[in-house]
Ligand binder design. Structure first.
Ligand code: ZN
Length: 73
């Protein structure tokens, strides 16, 4: 299976600060993008429950935080 990779090049620029990057949306691996699960409530009655990982969106994103610090030795 093909995989798309994203690359972050780490370079301090101007004043050091906290930086954050959000990845492109990816299919939720827990619900396989469906966003929900059917759970039995009563015999013969299923209820739709939102996926706890993607909150029903079917997609997840990763927030990558880079926290620049002084090199204290
Ligand atoms: Zn999900």
């Amino acid at each position: 299976m093909s995989k798309k990779k994203e690359l972050i090049i780490l370079e301090p620029d101007g004043r050091i600060r906290k930086e954050a990057f959000m990845t492109a949306p990816m299919v939720c691996p827990y619900c396989n993008g469906r966003g929900c699960f059917m759970e039995p409530l009563l015999p013969g009655v299923d209820v739709k429950k939102d996926c706890p990982d993607c909150k029903g969106t079917g997609e997840v994103v990763a927030m990558v935080t880079i926290d620049w610090k002084p090199n204290i030795k």
